[in-house]
Design a protein around this ligand. Structure first.
Ligand SMILES: *[C@@H]1O[C@H](CO)[C@@H](O)[C@H](O)[C@H]1NC(C)=O
Ligand SMILES: *[C@@H]1O[C@H](CO)[C@@H](O)[C@H](O)[C@H]1NC(C)=O
Ligand SMILES: *[C@@H]1O[C@H](CO)[C@@H](O)[C@H](O)[C@H]1NC(C)=O
Ligand SMILES: *[C@@H]1O[C@H](CO)[C@@H](O)[C@H](O)[C@H]1NC(C)=O
Ligand SMILES: *[C@@H]1O[C@H](CO)[C@@H](O)[C@H](O)[C@H]1NC(C)=O
Ligand SMILES: *[C@@H]1O[C@H](CO)[C@@H](O)[C@H](O)[C@H]1NC(C)=O
Ligand SMILES: *[C@@H]1O[C@H](CO)[C@@H](O)[C@H](O)[C@H]1NC(C)=O
Ligand SMILES: *[C@@H]1O[C@H](CO)[C@@H](O)[C@H](O)[C@H]1NC(C)=O
Ligand SMILES: *[C@@H]1O[C@H](CO)[C@@H](O)[C@H](O)[C@H]1NC(C)=O
Ligand SMILES: *[C@@H]1O[C@H](CO)[C@@H](O)[C@H](O)[C@H]1NC(C)=O
Ligand SMILES: *[C@@H]1O[C@H](CO)[C@@H](O)[C@H](O)[C@H]1NC(C)=O
Ligand SMILES: *[C@@H]1O[C@H](CO)[C@@H](O)[C@H](O)[C@H]1NC(C)=O
Length: 809
């Protein structure tokens, strides 16, 4: 740029400055030599704002004010002496050393003055194009010793700030005029409240009239407050020093202001140049009258009639008042919280409740937020309030007040509820699990959310699958707090499974015993049904005893401990529990092992409760596992506690021998494990069935006694079998045991080894069948079968199960 250019620019500026002052014939400053008299004005340099004396409405009083220069209907945006008018035209505004603005009357009394924090040697007052009147040193146009923007009246102009200085505690807000004729401080204020989390409030004196949702990083939620738009852009300065709301225009040639009017409405105005009029862009509170009307736990919906309702599962505190549209007393819970087992109900499209008793945590996920809330019994709700990527956790510690609902609100609130209220919410299906209310009340089964379980099991990943239960897969999971769980999931396709699932819920939720697996809760959501158990790290009994190498790690003391544990668990089921339960599916794979190898009976899908002195029942549907089923149950469908005792006997023999009853093979005969043991028992060679890995353990007496006891348990006639309490006592005592009678079912379904070439090959030797047929139970069964003319189907099934070849007769 050449010298000539610089000169040109300089003269251009000079000419313009000259022209401006000639055209306007005025100045934008008040100096110490020239005070401002009533009748004079100063005008900001680009002619946007004007300052001078004025009288509002019908008043004759004189006030110093600032208004838009180019807007015909005088719109005053700031008043200096709002409380102290000059009553005639004698007022004079002066700037004095060290920089104090004073307004004096005819008696030269100061009726209003500005405050300064520091002195300015050559002070001037200047009206800026922002509408800000500033006091500064003539030679310093950066540092102001005072500015009108720090003392808002009823109007917030672009660049003004509203909020709180957290260091000094100083608050700035706008205040309504008393009325159109009197600019003195009125009743209504509009500002920022930093309780809980910054939000905007309108108050009448100290009484809250309206509050916005908290600042969520983008806006104040909902529609009702300060929407983003093409006209102005607002911002929250929010740090440890200050909380300030401010805004600026996108296009500086557009004009907008925010005011608090004296009937309690805050209004956003935009100047419409073409219409030459102000347009109300929005008002708050909205005219719908939904703010703060419905009381605690009430919720207001603009389009509903009546507009107030109670949150789901809450009822009006005073029904009559409520019916009379007096909603101020709000609603109360139907069921009280108990702190320990509570859960949360999600409410979407909500205006978040009042923050008076709230706490805010930064950088906390929604799940952590829920935990925080659960931990403190005073916490009644939580929400994530930030919408800008981050997470901000808000906890509510008092009654929930001023909730509104509707599509225009976007917040989600989680309200703490008693677990019994949650169960209802989960769906009607859960209700059907319980025959009646009173049954449900006793249940108190904690509910897990589907998302929690999905998270814990990596969305039921195959790698987390640990087995297949009676009615669906079982997964291992880890809850967020690190607790390990086993999740038993009902197959969606299985109709039959549903009954078993319900049965298991009802049975086991009421049972508690050291030797029963513990149910932690359930998850019923949509078509998902799951039971959540404590996780057993050492798998199930079959995992150990039927495995060549793992078996070695189970010495006799461990095995005896397992036998004793199962016996005590069963005794509890049969005799001590409130329900009196027959398990019906006791087997090695249903005995789970905890960290210390203690046994826990699991899988109550087939269990049946029996009442009073009833000791047996009959069923059309025989369920259970072959090899463990007693003959009277497998064949006649008669079950009793003694069917469980039979299964227990089989289990003991398996534990001692390390062999499966079903699938047992011996060179010399076709007996199963029971039959084989029975033969050895009769010949006094019981030691031969003992797992060689425990024969060294020097507990021979205990081992042999256990086998004898097992043989008593598997006797053919249920009446001959001992009860579980007898079993428990016998296990821990010494002394002679009665002689065992012949066991039920001891013919193996396995084919002789020399026939192993074909797996479909059925036993052909009639002698084998004869041997079996003469054995008591089977003969008895056959007699019964034919006598009752049971179906051919049953015969075929029998053949299939026990490897017998039958001829249709
Ligand atoms: C000026 O400061 C005094 C003392 O700090 C205070 O009482 C007064 O309200 C202030 N006046 C204005 C207009 O801020
Ligand atoms: C700003 O507004 C004025 C008047 O409405 C218009 O003429 C001008 O084009 C706008 N400027 C921009 C950058 O939008
Ligand atoms: C305040 O604003 C509301 C809503 O725009 C309006 O109805 C009311 O008349 C205004 N009050 C005054 C005194 O201007
Ligand atoms: C609502 O009821 C309370 C008493 O519970 C009463 O004080 C109040 O005036 C009533 N409000 C209305 C609007 O009737
Ligand atoms: C938020 O928390 C996560 C994990 O708790 C941490 O890694 C991250 O640095 C935190 N962010 C902030 C901004 O504090
Ligand atoms: C629960 O919250 C209340 C209210 O904030 C607080 O006073 C109390 O100490 C909290 N209790 C616990 C156990 O954190
Ligand atoms: C339960 O069923 C009833 C009647 O079938 C229905 O009115 C109610 O909305 C249902 N509740 C839920 C939570 O689905
Ligand atoms: C609910 O079940 C309990 C126990 O099963 C029973 O005592 C009670 O009478 C039943 N109540 C109703 C209303 O059926
Ligand atoms: C879990 O898996 C199912 C199907 O495999 C899928 O539809 C669903 O979106 C997954 N959920 C999550 C949270 O990953
Ligand atoms: C049982 O499980 C625990 C934990 O996984 C393990 O340390 C222990 O060795 C297991 N016991 C046996 C006998 O495998
Ligand atoms: C079992 O109950 C029935 C009917 O309640 C009664 O007649 C019978 O005497 C009871 N039997 C025993 C052994 O208590
Ligand atoms: C354990 O039993 C197996 C056969 O079941 C046998 O081969 C092995 O030698 C035994 N080990 C010990 C330590 O007794």
């Amino acid at each position: 740029m050449g010298l000539q250019d610089k000169k040109d620019i300089f003269s251009f500026i000079m000419i313009n400055l000259l022209l401006t002052s000639i055209v306007s014939g005025s100045t934008d400053t008040i100096t110490s030599s020239i005070p401002l008299k009533d009748g004079d004005t100063i005008i900001s340099s680009r002619g946007l704002f004007e300052l001078g004396f004025f009288s509002p409405g019908n008043s004759k009083n004189r006030y110093i004010g600032i208004w838009y220069k180019n807007i015909p209907a005088k719109t005053v945006v700031w008043v200096a002496n709002r409380e102290t008018p000059v009553i005639d035209n004698s007022g004079m505004l002066k700037i004095t050393n060290p920089g104090v603005l004073t307004l004096t009357n005819d008696k030269n009394t100061i009726v209003w003055s500005s405050n300064v924090s520091k002195a300015a040697p050559n002070p001037i007052a200047q009206l800026l194009d922002s509408g800000n009147l500033v006091v500064r040193d003539k030679n310093d146009n950066i540092n102001f010793v005072w500015q009108s923007f720090d003392y808002p009246g009823d109007t917030l102009l672009p660049g003004m700030k509203m909020g709180k200085d957290l260091v000094t505690g100083r608050e700035s807000y706008i205040t309504s005029w008393k009325n159109d004729d009197d600019p003195s401080t009125g009743e209504y204020t509009f500002g920022c409240d930093v309780t809980g989390y910054p939000h905007q409030v309108i108050k009448k004196g100290q009484v809250l009239q309206y509050r916005s949702e908290p600042w969520n990083g983008i806006d104040f939620g909902g529609i009702s407050v300060l929407p983003q738009n093409a006209i102005y852009k607002f911002d929250m300065v929010f740090n440890e020093h200050e909380v300030l709301y401010t805004y600026k225009m996108f296009n500086s040639s557009m004009i907008s202001r925010l005011t608090m009017n004296h009937s309690g409405v805050a209004q956003r105005w935009v100047w419409a140049d073409q219409a030459k009029d102000w347009i109300v862009y929005f008002s708050i509170p909205a005219a719908d009258g939904c703010d703060l009307v419905c009381g605690a736990y009430g919720t207001c919906a603009i389009n509903s009639f009546p507009k107030c309702g109670c949150l789901d599962k809450f009822v009006p505190k005073y029904q009559n008042e409520w019916n009379g549209a007096n909603w101020s007393k709000g609603c109360v819970r139907k069921r009280p919280l108990n702190c320990k087992t509570d859960g949360f109900v999600k409410h979407a499209n909500i205006k978040l409740p009042d923050f008076q008793y709230s706490m805010f945590y930064k950088n906390v996920t929604l799940a952590q937020c829920e935990k925080l809330c659960l931990k403190n019994c005073s916490c009644v709700a939580y929400a994530n309030i930030l919408k800008t990527g981050g997470t901000g956790c808000m906890l509510w510690m008092g009654d929930l007040v001023d909730i509104q609902e509707g599509p225009s609100f976007s917040s989600v609130l989680y309200v703490r509820m008693a677990s019994s209220d949650l169960e209802e919410q989960v769906g009607n299906e859960t209700d059907q699990l319980y025959a009646n209310e009173s049954q449900k009340e006793d249940l108190e089964l904690p509910l897990f959310s589907l998302s929690e379980v999905v998270k814990a099991t990596h969305n039921f990943s195959l790698s987390d699958k640990i087995g297949e239960g009676g009615y669906g897969p079982v997964y291992k999971g880890v809850l967020q707090d690190g607790k390990e769980i086993a999740v038993k999931r009902l197959s969606k396709t299985s109709n039959q499974g549903l009954d078993e699932f319900k049965n298991e819920v009802i049975c086991i939720s009421k049972l508690q015993h050291r030797n029963l697996v513990r149910l932690l809760g359930c998850c019923i959501q949509g078509d998902e049904k799951m039971l959540i158990y404590e996780y057993m790290p050492n798998h199930s009994l079959d995992y150990f005893i039927f495995d060549e190498s793992r078996r070695k790690s189970l010495d006799w003391p461990s095995r005896f401990n397992i036998i004793n544990g199962i016996a005590r668990g069963l005794q509890y089921l049969h005799e001590d529990s409130r329900l009196r339960i027959i398990h019906r599916d006791l087997k090695a794979s249903n005995i789970l092992l905890d960290f210390d190898m203690n046994p826990k009976i699991s899988d109550f899908g087939m269990a049946r409760s029996f009442i009073g002195n009833e000791t047996q029942a009959n069923t059309m549907k025989v369920v259970g596992t072959y090899g463990y089923m007693s003959p009277e149950y497998a064949v006649d469908g008669i079950f009793s506690v003694k069917s469980d005792v039979f299964s227990f006997g089989v289990l003991v023999l398996e534990i001692v021998s390390g062999k499966k009853n079903r699938g047992f093979f011996h060179h010399d005969h076709h007996h199963n494990l029971l039959g084989h043991t029975w033969l050895l028992y009769q010949e006094g060679r019981l030691m031969e069935i003992v797992d060689p890995n425990i024969t060294d353990s020097c507990h021979l007496y205990e081992v042999l006694r256990s086998i004898e006891l097992a043989l008593l348990c598997v006797q053919r006639n249920p009446d001959d079998r001992p009860s579980m309490s007898t079993v428990v006592v016998t296990l821990s005592s010494e002394g002679e045991l009665p002689e065992a009678k012949q066991p039920g079912f001891f013919y193996t379904e396995h084919i002789p080894r020399d026939d192993k070439s074909s797996s479909t090959h059925a036993p052909s030797s009639t002698s084998a069948m004869t041997i079996t047929l003469v054995n008591g139970v089977v003969r008895y069964v056959f007699r019964k079968m034919f006598k009752n003319q049971m179906s051919f189907f049953l015969q075929v099934m029998y053949k299939f199960l026990y490897g017998m070849k039958l001829k249709r007769s």
